[in-house]
Write a protein that binds this ligand. Structure first.
Ligand code: ZN
Length: 348
């Protein structure tokens, strides 16, 4: 089969579309013919062989990239499943043992054997993927493969942060920091659908203009302005917001925490801008504020988040859908931060 591979770590010139062996389904696995696979910032880290927080090197090269994928079931093998050949499906991106107490509770991302497809095993940017039948979810006919492939990481992570860990309540105010990628878009949609007033920061004037046009965004804050938390306070009757979603990290935590109301929660799923922030402990406890980790969730969060998307018609905003052959351009869009929403690639 054809696949997006890297044979060595490095720049975008290392990306290639090559022939690799078809997957052999293990007991309990089904084979899915991929129609669309989405990119994440993680893809660009893996391509470079980076080993930052949560980003490990793949075990062997060549490696097939891609955490997210959607397509059609072509073989159910020996799996005990009600899936049938021809079913349109989306894949849960997490790898897990399936047997421990966390896996049995649907909290797969807490499993000792937890990993991410495309990082700790071959990924989805190829023609055929063998996955446990229990990691496959049917999608409605009116959801496109591109939308389904673009949804799992953003919606599941946002669901974990805002609903499971952040315990978002109707009528609260939510601020999404550095709003442009799949997690940010999903977080704003989930918050808005729960009745929250949604604010977003971006450092890019063009992105600010596009964010302001989205129906679920109440106000856009200039994230390039020093002390931008003042603008958040001005927009919220000096009260601040109840929840901040921050995946930037060190550069934004100070303003994020100062944007929080009394008892507000900072929910965190990443630190792409730096891992060791300068934080005032007094600013936390004296205002009853909390910092909550909410990384990518388990099957339970994935299923609820995808059902949210199917039920509400929310879209992950596919910024670009390109053929595998343009994978270098897909990486460029993400590395240069051009996108609002997700970048998707297709086998043909
Ligand atoms: Zn487990």
């Amino acid at each position: 089969m054809r696949a997006v591979t890297i044979a060595a770590y490095g720049g975008r010139e290392q990306l290639a579309v090559t022939e690799v062996a078809d997957p052999e389904p293990a007991p309990g696995e089904v084979v899915v013919r991929i129609a669309a696979a989405a990119l994440n910032r993680m893809d660009t880290f893996i391509r470079q062989g980076l080993t930052g927080p949560g980003v490990r090197q793949p075990r062997a090269l060549p490696h097939v990239l891609g955490a997210e994928g959607a397509g059609t079931v072509v073989d159910v093998g020996t799996a005990d499943t009600d899936l049938a050949v021809g079913d349109r499906v989306v894949l849960y991106p997490g790898l897990h043992c399936g047997r421990c107490k966390y896996c049995r509770r649907g909290q797969h991302s807490r499993c000792a054997h937890y990993g991410i497809r495309g990082e700790d095993a071959w990924g989805t940017q190829c023609e055929l993927v063998a996955v446990p039948a229990t990691d496959v979810l049917r999608i409605p006919d009116d959801v496109t493969f591109e939308e389904a492939a673009a949804a799992p990481v953003g919606y599941t992570t946002s669901w974990t942060m805002l609903v499971t860990a952040g315990r978002l309540r109707p009528g609260e105010r939510v601020l999404v920091v550095g709003a442009s990628g799949g997690v940010a878009i999903a977080a704003m949609q989930i918050a808005a659908h729960s009745g929250a007033q949604v604010l977003a920061t971006t450092r890019d004037p063009e992105k600010a203009r596009r964010l302001a046009e989205l129906p679920f965004v109440h106000q856009v804050i200039d994230g390039a302005a020093p002390g931008w938390c003042k603008e958040v306070l001005a927009a919220t009757d000096a009260e601040g917001v109840d929840v901040v979603v921050d995946s930037v990290g060190a550069p934004t935590w100070r303003d994020s925490i100062r944007s929080l109301a009394q008892g507000g929660r900072l929910v965190v799923c990443g630190a792409t801008g730096g891992d060791t922030p300068d934080v005032s402990i007094r600013e936390l406890y004296q205002s009853h504020r909390q910092i909550i980790g909410g990384p990518f969730g388990g099957w339970d969060d994935f299923q609820r988040a995808m059902e949210f998307m199917f039920r509400t018609g929310a879209s992950p905003l596919v910024h670009a859908a390109l053929p595998f052959e343009e994978i270098a351009e897909a990486h460029r869009i993400i590395e240069e931060g051009e996108h609002i929403g997700k970048v998707v690639v297709r086998p043909s």
